[in-house]
Design a protein around this ligand. Structure first.
Ligand SMILES: Nc1ncnc2c1ncn2[C@@H]1O[C@H](COP(=O)(O)OP(=O)(O)OP(=O)(O)O)[C@@H](O)[C@H]1O
Ligand SMILES: [Mg+2]
Length: 325
């Protein structure tokens, strides 16, 4: 079996003068959680609408398990489960009626349906609400019901556009765990997100999309470590003047090390930007020992996906959101 389930090549789509997708290409491996991460208006939903055959591309190709979205849309739809960004629930139906409707749609029979329904209602905190009409639900509850309906069946590819939009923190984490379970049981998950933490925590692989282009692609860990901007921060206590001198001496010493890219001293704190924390840290500590630097605290951290976004697009994620409002 082809290890690639989604294959997108040079996909383009414009709406009048707006280039929603400006030639994006990527592949999604079977059994992975793949995230399209980008600010508002980046083109995520447009990409998803092409993959789910709801919109035609202007140029380029998209295939699901070898089936082309234009040549073979029925096959494509049979392979995909889709929970759109916009709510799809009907205000005049109850939660139970929605679940029953989708169960019929997916040909789910008795026991399997009942177990899964109960499991999903509990997971999403909707247990006990089955009999209520959706028009009395809060926005978050409607989103939860949408997810429950989408999760009823087990297609090879689950497409989720902003799955945790509007959910409270606890349910968000539960949904993430559920998505991981789906993956572990063999479902491939393709999701769009506005949230750095969601991409970082959940996705095996992330494509950062900005203004219709893929700016970077890789595992969250690789995207971060490719930046070569791990930071080690050394602090001395403020109680003695000579501590600051010691820190200045340390700065001069480490600036000459191969793995150190940049240093920045701010009062009693020295920030050292390095290529590889694991290797740089022992070298920095031995320099500090040789100079008898009285270290008060030391910490190190990796750059986040927000820094990755800034690095590859030249502007911040929040700015991207403002840009498209
Ligand atoms: N049906 C449409 N008609 C006109 N313009 C559209 C249409 N759909 C999308 N666009 C435009 O295409 C661009 C990409 O929109 P898209 O919905 O794909 O972004 P997104 O990344 O999903 O954003 P969000 O995070 O807000 O959901 C935007 O500039 C949007 O205004
Ligand atoms: Mg969208």
């Amino acid at each position: 079996m082809d290890p690639v389930i989604v294959r997108v090549v040079s996909l383009k789509k414009s709406y009048g003068p707006v280039r929603a997708l400006d030639g994006i290409s990527f592949e999604v491996g079977r059994g992975r959680i793949f995230g399209l991460l980008g600010p508002n208006g980046a083109g995520k939903t447009t990409a998803v609408r092409i993959l789910t055959t709801l919109t035609r591309p202007d140029d380029g190709t998209a295939e699901i398990a070898g089936a082309d979205v234009l040549a073979n849309p029925a096959k494509v739809r049979s392979l995909i489960g889709y929970v759109p960004q916009e709510l799809t629930v009907d205000p005049y139906l109850t939660a139970a009626e929605h679940l029953r409707y989708y169960a019929d749609l997916y040909h789910l029979a008795g026991a399997a349906w009942e177990t899964r329904t109960r499991e999903l209602l509990a997971l999403l905190g909707l247990a006990g609400q089955e009999g209520r009409r959706v028009r009395h639900f809060s926005g978050g509850m409607k989103k939860k019901l949408d997810l429950a309906c989408g999760f009823l069946h087990r297609p090879p590819l689950m497409v989720l556009d902003e799955p945790s939009l509007g959910l409270d923190v606890q349910v968000r984490h539960d949904v993430w765990r559920y998505i991981e379970q789906l993956r572990d049981q063999g479902t491939t998950v393709f999701l769009c997100t506005n949230y750095m933490d969601e991409a970082e925590r959940l996705c095996d692989e992330v494509a950062i999309i900005d203004r219709g282009r893929i700016a970077a692609l890789g595992t969250p860990a690789a995207l971060r470590s490719n930046l070569k901007r791990d930071v080690i921060s050394v602090e001395v206590s403020a109680s003695h003047d000579h501590h600051a001198e010691k820190l200045a001496a340390l700065e001069r010493a480490v600036a000459g090390l191969d793995l150190v890219r940049e240093t920045m001293k701010d009062g009693t704190q020295l920030k050292i930007y390095v290529e590889q924390n694991e290797l740089a840290l022992p070298q920095i500590l031995s320099s500090a020992a040789a100079l008898s630097v009285p270290i008060h605290a030391i910490s190190y951290s990796r750059p986040g996906l927000d820094e990755v976004f800034l690095h590859y697009t030249g502007h911040s994620f929040a700015e991207g959101n403002e840009h498209h409002g």
